[in-house]
Design a protein around this ligand. Structure first.
Ligand code: FES
Length: 63
């Protein structure tokens, strides 16, 4: 899935940035050496990052 049309950032790129420490959409774009253009992707990327971080948190809590 493409999250950011302006910068061609897909789910794999969001996931990689998150695994490298990105906490929000701004971090993801920075990790990709990109900047917001229209900003329409912010909520979609933030939601994906939150989902991944919550999954990681739950997995760590279950250990
Ligand atoms: S869709 Fe991401 S900046 Fe436009």
């Amino acid at each position: 899935m493409i999250h950011c049309i302006c910068n061609n950032i897909n789910t794999a790129k969001v996931d990689l940035a998150t695994s490298n420490g990105a906490c929000c959409a701004a971090d993801v774009l920075k990790s990709c050496n990109m900047k917001f253009n229209c900003g329409q992707c912010r909520i979609s990327i933030d939601n994906r990052v939150a989902e991944l971080r919550l999954t990681k948190f739950n997995l760590e809590a279950a250990e």
